[in-house]
Write a protein that binds this ligand. Sequence first.
Ligand SMILES: Nc1nc2c(ncn2[C@@H]2O[C@H](COP(=O)(O)OP(=O)(O)OP(=O)(O)O)[C@@H](O)[C@H]2O)c(=O)[nH]1
Ligand SMILES: [Mg+2]
Length: 491
Amino acid sequence: MFESLSDGLQSAFKSLSGKGKLTESNMREGLDIVQTAMLEADVSYQVVQDFMAHVSERALGKRVLLSLRPHEELVSIVHSELISILGPVDPSLHLKKEGPTIIMLCGLQGSGKTTTCGKLAQLLKEENIKPLLVAADLQRPAAIDQLHVIGKQLGVPVYSDKENKNPVKVCQAGVEKAKAEDARVVILDTAGRLAIDKELMAELQRIDKRVGPDQVYLVVDGMTGQDAVNSAGAFNEALELDGVVMTKLDGDARGGALLSVKHVTGVPIKFIGTGEHFDALEPFRPEGMAGRILQMGDMVAAAREAHRIVDEKEREELEAKMASGDFTLDDFKSMMEKVAKPGLMGKMMGLMPGMGQFKDVLESDEAAGGIRQTIGAINSMTMAERKNPKEIDAQRRTRIAKGAGVQTPVVSQLIKQFEVMKPLMQGMAGKGAGDRMKMMQQLQSSGAMNDPNMQGMKMKKGSGKRLSPSERAKQKREREKLVRKMKRNRK
Ligand SMILES: Nc1nc2c(ncn2[C@@H]2O[C@H](COP(=O)(O)OP(=O)(O)OP(=O)(O)O)[C@@H](O)[C@H]2O)c(=O)[nH]1
Ligand SMILES: [Mg+2]
């Protein structure tokens, strides 16, 4: 996720860390690298300018320049400014007490609307809330079948009417069906188009007016850059969005859409899609995301992922252990054996603080070897050591490393990582998905939202017009020119 943006920011911090004494010009160099990284990630120019204005103002302050560790100060400034352009987020679906809550998903063609319908249904099911999906995409006959396939896979009812050509009528009938079947949430899967067109907007507005959805979410493909985000502005003007679902962040998204969308639509991202499977939807947490971008990891997401991997019964056992604080390295080992599926480990590691740099290694062919090393290290510990890794001193570490045929730091790293993880897992254990969401909310409101910069920050709306290929090419050329210029200036 956002590798080049992350790498760019890391090199900015590195450029400062080697300096003995920091001057304003040193810091400006570092800031230039930050700005280049943002532009190269295809973040909207307006957003980059606002962002840099805030970061520079803080980074060039005396306190930072006189600090002994200015690069760390810059990391923390960039971190908090990233959080402020991404949030604050309200992750609640605002379910009504009485009657079904209607959620409408809209967006450009192929952005992931139908898949997200399935993911939301799965999330609701995990919370024992009954959803019903409505096939309101009447543009493609296959769209209706696609939703039925998803419904079958998830065991969730789907309403459709192939005879009816009026999406408003289909949605209304779907809501009636939900009432009759006691479904608590109705999710409308609407039609996408290749470009913004008046007809589509009018159709969505008719559904909005006549069916009255409680929540309207825009689904945006996170792989696309800022030009896709421009179209988001038009959706917001037509529909008054309640939030954005940003999909495909598991691919090689550069981050442009992610960092620009709130600025353009005025509404923050509510959920992110991180895979094609139905469990790959996460409530969006700006501070977690800022952490991931800065390769500081996201423990909450890692813990959540871990919960999803183990099956129900094991999960109960594991949760009981975690809740009582009995979670040992032995349990960690059996968890490792489970997650030793290709790709999964790298994903988890990317989410853990300080483990970001191992992600590439773990995703390579050596992945299996790395996991084997860890498992081997645990295997050469005594049971007492596995129960109480705090007691493993330097001497024991060396012994364990020898026994497992690994370097001593492998063992140290493992113990450290386990100690960080344990209290967090204990906190997350025994909580339902709803409670976990609440915990995340608490985490979120724990200060990140008190940022004074957020208040009164005016949202500029995009024109909503999709750029033509030649306009896009021109924009790209200009951006590249700017980046080249900045690189030259640095030399
Ligand atoms: N990797 C990845 N793929 C995704 C994600 N979300 C959706 N997709 C894929 O994107 C493609 C399009 O998804 P759909 O859900 O059909 O998109 P849509 O917006 O309903 O498309 P239309 O109905 O044609 O407008 C499918 O191949 C999905 O599997 C995601 O978070 N990650
Ligand atoms: Mg669809």
